[in-house]
Design a protein around this ligand. Structure first.
Ligand code: NAI
Ligand code: MG
Length: 362
């Protein structure tokens, strides 16, 4: 039987996206060789400011058909605010992908890795290990609303939160499935039903309804205010945390920030049904302040690739790549790791170290 190859569209974008992407691709190529995973890459120069300056748009007119031919988009970072305003770059590329490809899950690991100093006192590797599942298409980030009586003292603005049963249930189902797949089988829901009196009680009621279908999953909920405090004070209690678009947005920055440098954090924008490609990217942006210096940390990019393997069911390869990242971070050799981790290494030394470690492990 021939296995259908995994088709990956590589979109490096701008700034350090271009610098870290080659190491992401190399690590994926290496691990896929070792585990005999058929994987094909094709690179694209759109979704970048250079493309914009040439063509007057961030994307070619046929971008959707082009990317639809792929299983996933492996994305670097976009943005060069000195050249092109951020609203044009982000809305013209990444946010279009997320919306038009109905990537309704944003998934981020929150995992304290060995060798990475934790900003929270007294925590060591292994103490913090949970997932944040954010609803990525509706909720508080709707464009329904408007302004009236502008410029007068009756000036009024309204913006609505949209929660559909379809939208809420599908993100909950994903989060419950994820919780079920983990040893602790625990799901925490972010709410604010004591203050937001219509949509949040609705969210809670859908959580209760979904919980009936997952009797093996332990469910609890916290109001978002105390939940953020627990992220800092008791991060060890969490396993899978699910939230609406706004709450998930906040938690998915706070969580990874509690576990160290932004340079290592990955993120996935997933269309679980596979109707459209999913997108895997580092959390960080294009970092114009260090772009061109060759010192960007490539781990976020590589780890995003690891999430991609995991998403497509290549668990063994994904586990090996994660172990390789962990081993290299655990050693944190000064000559290897990048300056954001206190080292004197470069994108190249750190990227190649992970690649070597993958080979050593197999
Ligand atoms: P940023 O994440 O690019 O940088 C924030 C700080 O973290 C900078 O000091 C940077 O040097 C450092 N940093 C980020 N990634 C690093 C890495 N891999 N290794 C070492 N240090 C790293 O965020 P910022 O500065 O707010 O945005 C810069 C540009 O990136 C803007 O145009 C923004 O719109 C865009 N952006 C794009 C994102 C995306 O494509 N998903 C996400 C966030 C920002
Ligand atoms: Mg955010």
């Amino acid at each position: 039987m021939t296995v259908k190859p995994l088709k990956i569209a590589v979109v490096p974008g701008d700034g350090i996206g271009i610098e870290v992407m080659p190491y992401g691709v190399r690590c994926l190529e290496t691990v896929s060789k070792v585990f005999k995973i058929p994987i094909q890459f094709e690179s694209f120069d759109f979704a970048s400011c250079v493309f914009y300056q040439k063509h007057g748009d961030m994307l070619p007119p046929d971008w959707k058909e082009t990317l639809m031919r792929f299983d996933a988009v492996y994305f670097g970072a976009v943005g060069m605010p000195d050249l092109v305003p951020d609203d044009i770059t982000l809305w013209g590329s990444l946010l279009k992908f997320r919306r038009e490809f109905d990537q309704y899950i944003n998934l981020r690991p929150c995992r304290l890795m060995p060798g990475v100093p934790c900003p929270l006192a007294g925590r060591k590797a292994g103490d913090i290990d949970f997932w944040i599942v954010r609803e990525n298409t509706e909720g508080e980030y709707s464009s329904i609303g408007g302004k009236i009586f502008e410029g007068t003292d009756r000036e009024t603005v309204v913006q609505e939160t949209i929660m559909t049963r379809t939208g809420v249930d599908r993100v909950l189902r994903y989060a419950f499935d994820l919780a079920r797949s983990r040893p602790r089988k625990r799901l925490t829901s972010a709410t604010k039903s004591n203050g937001i009196s219509i949509t949040m009680p609705y969210w809670d009621s859908r959580v209760n309804e979904m919980a009936k279908k997952y009797p093996d999953v332990n469910v609890d909920k916290y109001h978002i205010d105390i939940l953020t405090a627990h992220f800092v004070q008791r991060p060890d209690i969490f396993d899978v945390v699910v939230g609406s678009n706004l709450f998930g947005d906040i938690l998915s920055d706070l969580g990874p920030a509690c576990t160290g440098t932004i340079g290592i954090a990955p993120s996935a924008n997933i269309n679980p049904d596979g109707q459209f490609p999913s997108l895997f990217e580092p959390v960080h942006g294009s970092a114009p302040d260090i772009a061109g210096k060759g010192i960007a940390n490539p781990i976020g990019m590589i780890w995003a690739g690891q999430m991609m393997l995991h998403h497509f069911g290549y668990t063994e390869a994904a586990d090996a790549l994660l172990r390789a990242i962990e081993n290299v971070l655990a050693r944190s050799e000064v000559s290897i790791v990048t300056p954001d981790m206190g080292g004197q290494g470069s994108t190249k030394t750190l990227g190649e170290a992970v690649e070597r470690e993958v080979m050593a492990l197999s």
